[in-house]
Design a protein. Structure first.
Length: 201
């Protein structure tokens, strides 16, 4: 019996030590985790702007197919890897659309973060970010960086999923690896030929 008590005592001592180590690691790694999460939100929002820019270039006049001058489209956390929420709000103007792209951490984040990126996308598909060089540089990094498809394709939808989107705006998940070896989720135009301009069912 004493031997059994010693075994139980040792077991709980090991569990306690493991818990202390785990908590210590979480505290130690939190700043790096938060920095990565912030950058992830930012790059995801930037990649959504780049995606809409490419759609504009490929399909001029695509945004005029939306009834309202001000539109919100999204990919919700139930679909995207890591439970991120991506929203793109755009306002139709004569020569461009004003875009507000945002990304927010999902329910499973240790330290929820979000980012908003504002830009203009012109009728020829060119874009101009409001915060200037920082976002443009990041967009260029994504274009020329190491990218691997994750094999998941999404459709941007209205917040009210009962409402049909007049055209198919699709996006494929890619894993972007920066020069330091950090990995980030980004959205790009699907590799396979898509039917963006066809009405949705």
């Amino acid at each position: 019996m004493p031997t059994l008590q010693k075994i139980i005592a040792c077991f709980f001592a090991l569990v306690f030590i493991a818990s202390i180590i785990f908590i210590g690691y979480r505290i130690y790694s939190k700043p790096a985790y938060e920095a990565h999460e912030k950058e992830q939100a930012r790059l995801l929002a930037i990649s959504a702007v780049s995606l809409f820019s490419e759609k504009t270039s490929k399909y001029p006049g695509i945004w005029a197919k939306f009834d309202s001058n001000e539109t919100e489209l999204m990919i919700d956390h139930m679909r995207i890897t890591g439970n991120w929420v991506v929203k793109v709000n755009f306002i139709n103007k004569v020569s461009h659309i004003d875009v507000l792209s945002s990304a927010s951490s999902g329910w499973n984040s240790r330290s929820p973060q979000s980012a908003e990126i504002r830009a203009k996308i012109f009728n020829d598909g060119s874009m101009k970010f409001e915060d200037g060089d920082a976002a443009s540089t990041s967009a260029d990094r994504i274009k020329i960086g190491r990218l691997n498809t994750l094999g998941k394709i999404h459709k941007f939808r209205f917040p009210d999923e009962q409402k049909k989107v007049p055209v198919l705006i699709d996006a494929e998940e890619f894993l972007f690896t920066d020069p330091e070896g950090n990995e980030f989720l980004v959205l790009k135009n699907p590799l396979k030929i898509s039917q963006d301009i066809l009405p949705t069912e």
